[in-house]
Design a protein. Sequence first.
Length: 138
Amino acid sequence: MAATNQILPQDPVQEISKARALAGRYYHDFVDLKETRIDHELFHSIPVDLMFRYNFVPIQADNGTLEIAIADPRNLNLIDELAVLLGKKLRVRVATAAWANELSLMTPQIIARLNAGRQGRIRGIRWIAAGPGTRPSP
């Protein structure tokens, strides 16, 4: 049987288990983005390109602390750099890597809506929060 370059999707149960273990190892909480309420107003104040570059989703802000979801909390330098760039103390929560893959599939039109702050921006974020395989309505 010939080897292929195709990457097979990970079993969701295994991915959640792996994310929970990673969260525990680095003393962070696990967050299920499908079940978490995301403050969509944060997308007006945080540049979308920063979210793509650092692979994070802002969840909520409270008293100068920004709660974010990331798939890999092992890169402490990246987290520190992000805190400096945002000018906020970060509370890191660990999510599954599936949402990061969905972010990379977003079209330029959805990104433009996110940057413009239109209603489509909120649908795009619900798409991320809904998890892999879902799409915003047109």
